[in-house]
Design a protein around this ligand. Sequence first.
Ligand SMILES: C[S@@+](CC[C@H](N)C(=O)[O-])C[C@H]1O[C@@H](n2cnc3c(N)ncnc32)[C@H](O)[C@@H]1O
Length: 191
Amino acid sequence: MTEMSRFEKWFVNRRGVRPFERLLARLRGEVRFSLPERARVLELGAGNGSFAKLLYETYHPLEVHVTDYDPAQVELARATLARAYPQVPSAFVVERADATRLPYPDASFDLVVAHMMLHHLGDAAAIERGMREIFRVLRPGGRLLYVEAFHKDLVRSALLRSGLALSYHDSRGFRRWAFHFAEIGIAVRAA
Ligand SMILES: C[S@@+](CC[C@H](N)C(=O)[O-])C[C@H]1O[C@@H](n2cnc3c(N)ncnc32)[C@H](O)[C@@H]1O
């Protein structure tokens, strides 16, 4: 993994929820993205947990695993949820997980989320490993939702080599916030 710099940590942990709200609005609106009943969701590199919280409140999945490689980020995500709810809903499972060696059985999830985290896996080989793990833990028909601003070609080619198929791809970015060069992708593991 590539460690976040102190600046990155500051940026990622304090930038607020507006970018995530815009992403979800786009998904619900023009993309018409939905989840199956009783969906199981895994967020990788979940940072401070804000996106997982909004995703839960938007789609009401059965389970959301809020994970990160960095134990400090895992604790921050736990604190975000503890602050947000008098009692954290039992759907949330907050735990440490390395995206290149996921501690879950095959075909466990309907959705894997990787928001601005795939480039943190390091080099091309690590991105490939991460993508193979994502493919492995997705159920047939399950999807990867990613937002990425760096190493975009590497990410896309690793994704296709892993066996996932891109079903949605938008490189318009989000001009009104920091990631004007980010792309959104949704990839499916064939049923
Ligand atoms: C740029 S931050 C993005 C955080 C969050 N998704 C967001 O957009 O606010 C990248 C995150 O990926 C995590 N990360 C880096 N390498 C990882 C790995 N191998 N497995 C899981 N998470 C990892 C970092 O600790 C960090 O929290």
